[in-house]
Ligand binder design. Sequence first.
Ligand SMILES: Cc1cc2nc3c(=O)[nH]c(=O)nc-3n(C[C@H](O)[C@H](O)[C@H](O)COP(=O)(O)O)c2cc1C
Length: 177
Amino acid sequence: MDSIIIYGSQYGTTKMYAEELSKRTNVKALSFEKIDDINKYNKIIYLGGLYAGGVLGMSKTFKKLNDMNNRRIILVTVGLADPKNAENINNIRNAIKRQLSKNILEKIKIFHLRGGIDYSKLNFVHKTLMNLLYKKAKNLPEEKKTVEDKAIIETYGKKVSFIDFSDLDGIVSEFSK
Ligand SMILES: Cc1cc2nc3c(=O)[nH]c(=O)nc-3n(C[C@H](O)[C@H](O)[C@H](O)COP(=O)(O)O)c2cc1C
């Protein structure tokens, strides 16, 4: 049995965290698309970028797990909205609950990191979606705007990075337990 870091990253911010985590733990990091047999690993750190509440590649990857016996899973989300905000954490966790089975949920430890966005790199579909979300968020009365809405408004059209490798410390110590 072995350890693995798996990541789901479209534009590279999650991959950067995964690679830094790999350096710190000496565990190989691979994209979820490159995992041939997830069942040979008993310690898994899964990092996924948040896309409209979903964690990129997570459901697809975890569906391949035969059982949870003797397995430890750490799940890390990477998103644009502030992951230290309680309302945001709550929203992310509720979304995760809808995406994973109960036996996996019971076993995983969840962490949240902040990524970034570069609008000049977004593909057409993502650009269009962000434009719709931006317009919707901007038109909401101030008291109805969620942290996600505010993050979209503040960063719209820009290149921003909130990557902070010191936020990996808690994950490294959880992994070493
Ligand atoms: C179409 C789209 C949807 C997104 N949805 C969310 C979201 O629901 N919550 C969030 O915090 N960030 C959201 N983001 C921001 C990404 O999670 C953020 O850019 C992250 O760093 C992307 O990771 P990656 O660079 O590894 O792909 C979204 C970005 C795009 C382009």
